[in-house]
Design a protein around this ligand. Structure first.
Ligand code: ARG
Length: 563
């Protein structure tokens, strides 16, 4: 039931000649403070029309309307405040949650449309950066939010697995490399070779010629070159996958840049046919003056393709393969300008999905004040941050709940969950300094706090396992429960809102709100008391557990039943 509509319909007969039902609906507000009612109508907006004091207008309206569907309707200065019928409202909301279960909040707005999400996309033979991690975690959550809105997400890891750097890497490996080392610790050795190459080529510029030759061979399908490239790729992927596994993130496709090698010529031909390619100092560019952007360089003077050339081929491929409803790229904000150019080129080409191409950027993140970056060829490994978090969670659990059965599994869920949640609770464009200790606290706006509220709800349910949970008519009159019930009612709208701005933080903030209100309720009310409302209260607890778990799931965070 749309309660705002109910308020509008209640007011409509008293305002027939003045406002349409739609206009009334638009004016209705939702007071932040529940003491001011659940909905409020600002009567002062009618002062000009009625030529009366706003207080008087509010009082007149209160006289005229039929308020029988509400607990009460109050005049408060220039406002008319509506208080919903708590018992009826709770029965309806709890009924919805309990009959729909994890499907509560699901809508079909997306009509099953395909949405490729370009996410994570680290570069082969290089360490995965904090930016790639944010992209992984944000992209994964947006994929879940898309599904909840009736879309079909396709999570694509657009690996950086092509480019002249592979000529350098092959040259370096053949000179200084060793198979055992690469197998042992692929990323750090491959990075070392690459770093060494750049040191040596200062004095031995002939190395560059060699590298160019190897890249040419690679492009021409030379067997040795291809085998080495593919081995570097496999080893790097193994290292990346270990991190994805820990994070619990899966991809639908790993179509990296190399995947588009044989799809590029068609794109270049198309650009030529459409008269979009212009020569500029021997290179081929697309002019973007009309978009107030610099020209996009498509082919270098030696005919080599670039990052953007591969991205154009990617977009064309996605168009033809998926006929996407939207095209999403979760990539750091340093590529903002680049994605404007990409979108402009695709628009010039007349690619239908260029219209709904969205670059979803995000801010920088540091961990305990430190940038996660290359440190003399090594990095402060993401893996280590995750392991630290798990270890901290282990300690907390050992102190709080030493008898817990599956301690290690829960520690992993809590540790990893804390990292994911600590990232996603921030609006994505904000830069964050990530404090591991802060994010692992069971108090405050953290993942463990929300997980703990869920575990608490589950524990109550275990204690009340004899109660038959009603799915209809669960009427709760206790005012202490009101904030929780209203939070439950807001979940479906939050799912819609979060997608509008591609903002997982909406879901994270929502889960904190629901957890907080539930904890307050738990502290003030005797949920397990044996009285007539007990089954309704258990229905409330079960609804809270369901929606908390579902909110966390949308973020990619697990919800253990005990912790
Ligand atoms: N590999 C790139 C990087 O690490 C990110 C790729 C983003 N996706 C894309 N389609 N351009 O910067």
């Amino acid at each position: 039931m749309d309660y705002k509509k109910m308020v509008a319909e209640t007011l409509a007969p008293a305002l027939t000649d003045v406002l349409s039902a739609e206009e009334i609906y638009q004016k209705i507000e939702r007071p932040k403070d529940t003491a001011k009612g659940d909905y409020a109508f600002p009567a002062f907006t009618l002062a000009k029309i009625f030529k009366k004091a706003p207080q008087q207008i509010a009082a007149d309206l209160a006289e005229k309307i039929d308020a029988s569907k509400f607990d009460k309707v109050e005049v408060a200065g220039p406002y008319l405040n509506f208080f919903l019928d708590k018992a009826a409202f709770s029965a309806e909301i709890l009924g919805n949650v309990l009959t729909q279960g994890a499907d509560y909040g699901q809508n079909q707005n997306g009509n099953g449309g395909n949405v490729p999400i370009d996410m994570s996309s680290p570069n082969i033979a290089k360490p995965i950066s904090m930016g790639h991690l944010r992209s992984t975690v944000i992209g994964n959550s947006i994929a879940e939010i898309l599904k909840k809105n009736g879309y079909k997400p396709i999570k694509d890891n657009h690996l950086g697995d092509w480019g002249t750097q592979f000529g350098k890497l092959i040259t370096a490996y053949l000179k200084w490399g060793n198979e055992e080392d690469v197998k042992k610790d692929p990323i750090s050795y491959l990075v070392q070779y690459y770093v060494k190459f750049h040191k040596e080529d200062v004095e031995h510029p002939e190395l560059d010629d060699e590298a160019r030759e190897w890249f040419k061979k690679l492009e021409d399908g030379d067997q040795q070159a291809h085998e080495l490239w593919s081995w570097f790729r496999d080893e790097s992927l193994k290292a990346f996958n270990a991190i994805y596994d820990k994070l619990g993130v899966k991809f639908d496709t790993y179509n990296g840049e190399a995947f588009y090698n044989d799809k590029m010529q068609a794109v270049i031909d198309e650009l030529k046919d459409k008269g979009l390619l212009k020569e500029s100092q021997g290179a081929q560019v697309v002019n973007l003056d009309k978009y107030d952007l610099n020209p996009a360089l498509i082919l270098k003077s030696d005919g080599a393709s670039l990052y953007i050339t591969r991205d154009i081929a990617t977009a064309v491929y996605r168009e033809n393969t998926y006929h996407p409803a939207m095209n999403l790229y979760v990539v750091g904000s340093e590529q903002m300008y680049y994605f404007k150019q990409l979108k402009a080129v695709l628009t010039e080409m007349g690619l239908p999905s260029a219209k709904d191409l969205h670059h979803i950027p995000f801010g920088l993140i540091t961990v305990n004040g430190k940038k996660l970056s290359t440190r003399s060829g090594r990095i402060i490994l993401l893996d280590e941050v995750l392991d630290d978090a798990i270890e901290m969670a282990q300690k907390q659990i050992a102190a709080k709940n030493p008898d817990l059965a599956n301690k290690d599994q829960v520690a992993k869920q809590v540790g990893v969950g804390a990292i994911i949640f600590g990232d996603l609770k921030n609006e994505r464009m904000n830069s964050i300094d990530f404090n591991l200790e802060e994010q692992l606290k069971f108090e405050g706006e953290t993942g463990p706090y929300v997980q703990y509220a869920h575990a608490r709800a589950e524990s109550i349910l275990r204690k009340a396992s004899d109660v038959e949970v009603p799915t209809a008519d669960a009427k709760i009159s206790d005012p202490e429960a009101w904030d929780t019930i209203k939070a439950l009612a807001d979940f479906p709208d939050t799912v819609v809102e979060a997608l509008k701005e591609f903002e997982p933080s909406d879901i994270a903030k929502y889960s904190i709100r629901l957890a907080k209100s539930f904890n307050k309720y738990y502290a003030h009310s005797k949920i397990l008391a044996d009285d007539a409302e007990k089954p309704a209260r258990i229905a409330l607890v079960k609804s809270v557990s369901t929606v908390l778990k579902e909110s966390l799931r949308l973020l990619g965070v697990e919800a253990p039943d005990e912790m």
